[in-house]
Design a protein around this ligand. Structure first.
Ligand code: 0RA
Length: 849
């Protein structure tokens, strides 16, 4: 986004800033523009855009690091779905801007055209769309808070949907500097989802730590109970990144080759600064993994940096082999494909003015980059080869082997293609459907013969085809293409799909998506480690060899249920634990009477449902409070009687082995508390170190004092207040959540029956607990461990029936991430990790098909 220097004075919120004269009222829309057209500013309103918001805020902190002012960043996802990004940079300026008359921080966060003084922060390289990043996030946040530590003071502001709600205010003394931003994405904007994906965020943070050597990044997801912070810190940055890619593989040479260069070029009469870092290390596999970045932004489609590097590599290897007489006459020519076998590399460039193909920056276009990367890499490689010729010889050998195998692979592909396209030879294991129009048919790839058998019996044979896969699939990561293609299971799969495989078009034996025999290809595996392994292998293969199927949206993952529950005559399948919990509450509140004893008021069934739902949500959010040693009921009792506003902070005091806590309503209560205690305002504890990181040079860790005070912000308070309002509106008395002496409610079950029982309850949360226990009564819960435990009818009803099933659609974005991740984060055989990665990163969207 470009920034106009002659832009009009920035907009102001009229409600808050009465001090600004009416002449400025005309520009009041400001961030409204972002809310009206989020696509233009944050690239949409989907899950990707949601995570993009985190990157925008994060990029500012990373820029502080690049400018040499920030050594540590902390990211925390809170229980209410908000997220915090804290850095120890200089802090956003808080002084009043001479021209606009508002504090720098307010300008940075509310005015679209804040160029000039605080727009760029003097950064040379910038990942984000600077000058708009944080303010756009502010605009699409239900609420957004910033705390700036600067000049010995902690300053605070709060915004809601981009509007200033609390003006800049000093809330205490600061011992250091930094910026602390927390925001909750607005579900009026992000209608699909506002749930942050742990895997997506942790992967980005790890990536950033790799690309910014010496930057320490801590991450905590507070949502799961008992979760612990992780710390990413890589002293050797990109070099460690490449080593990580090669984890579990055997490197061809112990030390990665590293090439760097800082230069500047003139382009279109503009001087651009370019920094280049390329690190590569060969391994013993047959695939290549080259990751490209511009200003720390991943470019999955490569671009001019990639093509420059590729041609340099091919040239250097050919040049070295020629100069050293390593080629025999009968040897084939070494091509670009050959030199990439077993290559792990990361190309990271910093560019002061990069050009990308699109808003999403998937591909770098800047033409000047190609020749710079090309010549720098060629020289660097030749230098490395000449310094250690033994290593160079190993690399040439590997490339030559690849060249010789290339012919074999081509033949193998040809055979597979002929087999697949000749029509006659559909595999015997495939139970095809009768419908011939691919748009109407679907293929289930099923793990194991027994589940395959059930699927064949249970399916609708008109349009559902079944392909059972037996045993372990070949790991396509570990074998060269010709070997992969000689694998029976893989061949059957290719033949059944009908598209052929590989790069290049059909005329060279390549892939043709229009030949797909089914427009839904559904992977159905067990919900265990083996199943997830098989799914991973299938997806990796499809991603690498039949990518078009994913691009067209033809690939799905089946969702077998996790539980079957049974009560009396009723049977129900349950997909996950959350749903199970909901069902328990539903069952528990069926046919019960809830009575308020004070006035014998009986709640209507619909009202009971609403009360139970709100109480359950409060209980879930309350986990955040109990983390800090307070009871949930006790916390809720501190709500303000009129507005139901809950305390925003909790202070924990520890003296020797005595512990106590105090709730603090808002920023001013917090300031008063700190004043009383004689404490700085930025004492909020940093995320605990995981122990992997060396001590920081900048921030000296204080010695643990005998007396310790920690301060925690309860971000959930906003959300919980809403719920309290809803409960109060339903007529439940919420003045006291703590248990009282006398009973306040009764719940009667089996109303009108012989077994009718009435239970007295003394607190709102007791009602919830009691109803849940009623739901559990007489219920049998069966957990499915594999598809094989279902009979054909059950399998169809739960997982294959288009009217009832849920399918996850695999998107190319997810698949690309997954593919990079498989090699990025994993050792060889670490199935639980694999499971984690799949669950988190391969976050496929829910679809009712
Ligand atoms: C504008 C100017 C300066 C710093 C920043 C913005 C800044 C923004 C963010 C956002 C998150 N963390 C941040 N840290 C700094 C320069 C300030 C100076 O010159 O002291």
């Amino acid at each position: 986004m470009s920034e106009a220097s002659d832009s009009p004075p920035p907009s102001q919120n009229p409600v808050i800033s009465e001090t600004y004269d009416a002449s400025k009222l005309g520009k009041l829309e400001g961030l409204e523009a972002v809310r009206k057209k989020p696509g233009m500013y944050i690239g949409g309103t989907d899950e990707r855009a949601l995570h993009h918001c985190v990157s925008e805020v994060l990029d500012n902190s990373v820029d502080e690091h690049l400018a040499g002012h920030c050594s540590r960043i902390e990211v925390t996802i809170h229980v209410d779905g908000s997220i915090s990004i804290r850095d120890n940079g200089r802090g956003i300026p808080v002084d009043i801007h001479p021209q606009y008359g508002i504090p720098g921080v307010e300008m940075v966060l509310t005015t679209l055209h804040s160029g000039g003084k605080y727009g760029q922060g003097g950064y040379k390289f910038s990942g984000g769309t600077h000058g708009v990043g944080a303010k756009c996030v502010n605009a699409v946040s239900e609420w957004f808070e910033v705390e700036v530590s600067r000049g010995g003071q902690v300053h605070h502001m709060r915004f809601e949907r981009g509007k200033t709600i609390k003006k800049l205010e000093v809330i205490g003394k600061a011992r250091a500097t930094g910026t602390y931003i927390t925001f909750k994405p607005d579900n009026e904007i992000f209608r699909e989802t506002t749930v942050f994906q742990t895997g997506r965020i942790s992967q980005r943070l790890r990536e950033l730590a790799f690309l910014n050597s010496g930057l320490e990044i801590a991450f905590l997801d507070e949502r799961p109970a008992g979760s612990k912070p992780e710390t990413y810190y890589y002293k050797d940055g990109v070099e460690e990144f490449v080593k990580q890619i090669n984890t579990g593989k055997t490197p061809l040479h112990p030390k990665p080759i590293r090439i760097t260069k800082e230069t500047s070029v003139k382009n279109d009469d503009k001087q651009s600064e370019i920094h280049l870092e390329v690190v590569l290390q060969y391994n013993d596999t047959y695939n290549d993994q080259v990751l490209c970045y511009t200003n720390t932004i991943h470019n999955p489609d490569g671009g001019t940096h990639l093509s420059g590097f590729r041609s340099a590599l091919t040239r250097a290897i050919n040049q070295f082999s020629k100069a050293n007489n390593l080629l025999k006459d009968k040897d084939p020519q070494i091509t670009g494909d050959d030199v990439r076998e077993g290559l792990a590399a990361v190309i990271s460039i910093k560019h002061s003015d990069p050009k990308f193909e699109s808003q999403t920056k998937v591909k770098l276009l800047s033409p000047e980059v190609e020749s710079i990367v090309g010549s720098v890499c060629y020289e660097g490689l030749m230098m490395a080869f000449e310094t250690t010729p033994s290593i160079a010889k190993r690399i040439v050998d590997k490339s030559l082997n690849a060249a010789r195998a290339r012919e074999a692979a081509r033949k193998a592909r040809e055979t597979v293609r002929k087999g697949a396209l000749s029509g006659g030879g559909l595999p015997g294991k495939l139970a095809d459907c009768s419908e011939r129009d691919p748009a109407l048919t679907e293929l289930y790839i099923v793990e194991g013969d027994s589940a395959g058998g059930s699927a064949k019996q249970g399916r609708d044979r008109r349009f559902q085809a079944i392909l059972p896969l037996r045993g372990k699939l070949i790991n396509t990561e570990k074998a060269r293409l010709d070997k992969v293609l000689s694998n029976e299971e893989i061949r059957t799969l290719i033949t059944a799909c009908g598209t052929g495989i590989g790069e290049g078009d059909e005329s060279v034996g390549g892939f043709n998506v229009n030949k797909a025999r089914y427009h839904r290809i559904i992977i159905m595996t067990d919900a265990d480690v083996d199943g997830s392994h098989i799914r991973t292998l299938l997806l990796t293969f499809i991603y690498r060899q039949m990518k078009g199927l994913i691009e067209r949206g033809y690939i799905y993952i089946a969702q077998p249920p996790l539980y079957k529950i049974k009560r009396k005559k009723r049977e129900q399948y349950v997909d996950n634990d959350e749903q199970l919990n909901r069902i328990l509450l539903e069952l528990g509140s069926e046919d019960v009477v809830l009575k308020r004893l004070k006035d014998q008021h009986v709640f209507a069934p619909a009202v009971i449902d609403r009360i139970v739902e709100s109480l359950a949500a409060i209980e879930k959010l309350g986990a955040g409070v109990t983390r800090y040693g307070a009871g949930l009921a006790e916390y809720l009792d501190h709500h303000e009687k009129e507005t139901h506003a809950l305390p925003r902070y909790i202070a924990r005091l520890r003296e020797g082995n005595k512990e106590s806590h105090e709730f603090l309503r808002d920023e001013s209560a917090r300031a008063a508390f700190l004043e009383r205690q004689g404490l700085n305002a930025d004492l909020t504890p940093v995320l605990a170190d995981s122990g992997t990181t060396p001590p920081l040079p900048v921030e000296k860790k204080p010695v643990a004092p005998a007396r310790r005070v920690t301060l925690h912000e309860i971000f959930e308070s906003t959300e919980m207040t809403k719920l309290l309002k809803a409960i109060a509106a339903s007529g439940l008395e919420i003045n006291r959540f703590s248990t009282t002496e006398e009973a306040r409610y009764t719940v009667t079950e089996n109303v009108g029956q012989k077994t009718e029982t009435t239970t007295e309850l003394r607190a709102p949360l007791e009602i919830l607990g009691h109803i849940r226990s009623l739901g559990r009564k007489g219920l049998s819960i069966q957990r499915y461990k594999g598809l094989g435990e279902m009979n054909p009818k059950q399998l169809f009803e739960t997982t294959m029936d288009p009217d009832k099933r849920r399918l996850l659609k695999v998107s190319i974005d997810d698949a690309a991430k997954a593919d990079a991740l498989f090699t990025l984060l994993m050792g060889d055989e670490v199935p639980p990790r694999r499971q984690f990665i799949e669950d988190n990163a391969l976050n496929v969207q829910y679809l009712d098909v």
